[in-house]
Design a protein around this ligand. Structure first.
Ligand SMILES: Cc1cc2nc3c(=O)[nH]c(=O)nc-3n(C[C@H](O)[C@H](O)[C@H](O)COP(=O)(O)O)c2cc1C
Length: 358
């Protein structure tokens, strides 16, 4: 089976979630024996359709433009058994790059009118490929894909055809958040499975779609994490890409967000087989204490005071937030007695030694 996978995201590899999902879909397709070519549309020169209808009159089936679409992509599109349209969701729709590509497939139709199943259509000049639509969105709500789905179904259902599959991943930006590493792996494994199913049967089972669209976090935690992330980008004057490249950490501004974010910086493997309790006593902006129980590679956060902490850190809240976001040097602050530690100090050093793998 010959497959053309078109990625319309303007973002490059490390950042694009369209690319992340598409890579796994394609892996599954190749596993199942398909011949797949991936094209990044952002690297191609594709002019807008100018509506001249030269492709319907003077040069039937051939566009007036001389660009990558006419010379390379349209012939490849026509030769494919299946085409994957992979797009980030922009304003509830496919992005402009993909839309421009689709508009430029007009030479595949003839100008005439025919009624097919009660719908007025232009007949097709050629046999055209089956279509899969894959999209990723920032928001966690699947409803965001409604308009895209309605459009894609109506567009590709002409001439008695139907979409081979619709693959939508909400809250896609969360997939590279280490906190959701396990969920992200399940989603990407299911996406790979979707690729295998498509090659085997030209469809994706509802079970696989359910695994791909499964919720990644509850909406409250999603909003809290997202808000802290954007506030930190604005405060530091960095874009999301720069935030990632500089390995930055969102700055907690309350006890709740501290409890949510501290596990990102804890190396819970340092606890080994032990159950370790790490107590924080705060002063200044936040005065409420909290503690973390680290056991079997999992971290559980609770407000209040534990009876038997292994390590207790007493610190001004803002100072610890500076240390967490690497604005202050933890070791230097300790030497200057800006905060105190009691209990197993060497274990504490190991816990904070490197980023946690949750
Ligand atoms: C111009 C623009 C419009 C967007 N519109 C939506 C939207 O309507 N709904 C949504 O959930 N996310 C929206 N997003 C977020 C993207 O869909 C999301 O960040 C996605 O992961 C981007 O895919 P990419 O990483 O492959 O580029 C929008 C992003 C941009 C830049």
């Amino acid at each position: 089976m010959k497959i053309l996978a078109l990625n319309s995201s303007p973002r490059s590899d490390g950042q694009s979630k369209t690319k992340l999902m598409l890579t796994h879909l394609v892996e599954g397709m190749r596993d199942a024996g398909a011949d797949v070519e991936v094209v990044n549309l952002r690297k191609k020169k594709i002019k807008n359709c100018v509506g001249c209808y030269t492709c319907w009159t003077k040069t039937p089936g051939k566009c007036i433009h001389k660009d990558d679409m006419t010379e390379e992509l349209f012939p490849k599109w026509l030769e494919s058994d299946l085409v994957v349209y992979a797009t980030p969701l922009y304003h509830y729709a496919m992005n402009a790059t993909l839309k421009v590509f689709i508009e430029r497939t007009l030479p595949a139709a003839e100008p005439f009118f025919e009624i097919y199943n009660g719908r007025m259509l232009h007949p097709l000049r050629h046999k055209i490929p089956a279509i899969v639509i894959l999209s990723v969105a920032g928001m966690p709500d699947e409803g965001h894909f409604k308009a895209l789905s309605a459009h894609a179904n109506y567009l590709f259902a002409a001439h008695g055809r139907q979409l081979a599959a619709e693959i939508y991943r909400p809250a896609a930006e969360m997939m590279t958040n280490p906190f959701f590493r396990i969920k992200a792996k399940e989603i990407l494994d299911a996406t790979k499975q979707a690729g295998r199913e498509l090659v085997g049967s030209m469809k994706v089972s509802p079970e696989t779609i359910a695994r791909i669209t499964q919720p990644i976090s509850d909406p409250k935690a999603f909003a809290e994490m997202g808000n802290l992330f954007w506030k930190s980008c604005i405060a530091e004057g960095v874009t999301p890409k720069e935030f990632g490249e500089k390995n930055m950490v969102p700055r907690p501004e309350s006890l709740d967000s501290f409890m949510m974010f501290l596990p990102f910086g804890l190396n819970c493997k340092a606890a080994g087989d032990r159950k370790v309790i790490l107590q924080f006593g705060f002063s200044g902006e936040v005065e409420e204490p909290c503690y973390f129980t680290i056991e079997k590679n999992k971290i559980n956060a609770k407000k209040g005071i534990s009876e038997n902490p292994d390590i207790t850190i007493d610190t001004p809240f803002n100072l610890w937030m500076d240390i967490m976001t690497r604005k202050a040097d933890g070791q230097k602050m300790f030497m200057e007695q800006k905060y105190t530690v009691s209990g197993d100090i060497s274990l504490m050093i190991r816990l904070f030694e490197k980023k946690a793998e949750l």
